[in-house]
Design a protein around this ligand. Sequence first.
Ligand SMILES: NC(=O)c1ccc[n+]([C@@H]2O[C@H](COP(=O)([O-])OP(=O)(O)OC[C@H]3O[C@@H](n4cnc5c(N)ncnc54)[C@H](OP(=O)(O)O)[C@@H]3O)[C@@H](O)[C@H]2O)c1
Length: 310
Amino acid sequence: MLIFEKKMKLLITGATGLVGIQLVKKAISQGMMIHYLTTQASKIQSIEGAKGFHWDPSRMIIDIDCFSGVDVIIHLAGASISKRWTNRYKKIILSSRIDTTRLLINGLNLLKGNHCVEQIVSASAIGIYPSDFKNSVSETFDVSKDSFMQNVVMNWEEEVDVFETMNIKITKLRIGLVLARNGGVVATLKIPTFFCLGAAFGSGNQGQSWIHMSDVVGIILFCIKKQLIGNFNTVAPNPVSQSIFISALAKALKRPHIFPPIPKYFTKMILGDMSSLVLDSHWVSSKKILGKGYKFQFDKINNALKEVLK
Ligand SMILES: NC(=O)c1ccc[n+]([C@@H]2O[C@H](COP(=O)([O-])OP(=O)(O)OC[C@H]3O[C@@H](n4cnc5c(N)ncnc54)[C@H](OP(=O)(O)O)[C@@H]3O)[C@@H](O)[C@H]2O)c1
């Protein structure tokens, strides 16, 4: 367990989401104080032991009291990428990440240096890397804005870089496929797989760089404790192919994996651009965070899925 010398105060955006809820629980259990920003007035008092503040990024409105006494900002807010990618919704995926980041910067600027924020840990995503069926990719890869997702994530990271002008340390976590109990990819695939209808897409050879929720939360807190700066792939050390992922899921559910892969052309026809979420391949390296001394709680897919489905 990480021990924090001083009672630290975090400001968390997206605290009401899949990762945020678990992060808040863990941070409180380690004695940290939590402020969080939510777009929904009804959620301001929804997290026990934490203090909620309202913001409206579409109108650039923020309650600047949220920064009071805050040492570190954890920026997780962003519209889900799992809803249908219409042209309108694509704009929301991008703007919900850019506008929220910009609003944090504007809010801090309003305080004219009268704050104690030292670090921002921002979510990013492995979707910043191009699809590659063969090669493993590390943080030094020279990324470019070639696809919709790469464009979103690169713009998001570039916006976060503005915090440097305020002398705030920047940590960007390129998060992989998060395995969690109450949502995300496991919740989506568990029902068809339970009924023996779980299937890979395309060749099934695409790399799936997954991470267990406990390690996402663990890495966020580790980066604060160690004040790590820079980009970190936030994925487990042993990515697997999509076929192996589906087999492991079926095994964890004690079901046979019999359904053949869904052909690429059919997947593209049904999902359009969004098919890249299931057809793209990412073999992402976790060597950098391992090199900093982070010890994964779950490094093998079978153990991770078994725990998530327990
Ligand atoms: N889960 C994954 O597998 C995964 C993988 C890679 C990267 N990530 C990134 O990690 C972050 C956290 O992921 P998550 O799965 O916890 O996300 P999530 O469950 O979808 O929650 C994100 C939070 O963002 C806020 N939000 C949603 N739409 C918004 C909008 N239009 N404008 C401003 N805020 C909005 C919501 O908070 P309020 O309703 O309280 O405002 C929501 O609770 C996200 O940025 C995501 O892109 C996640």
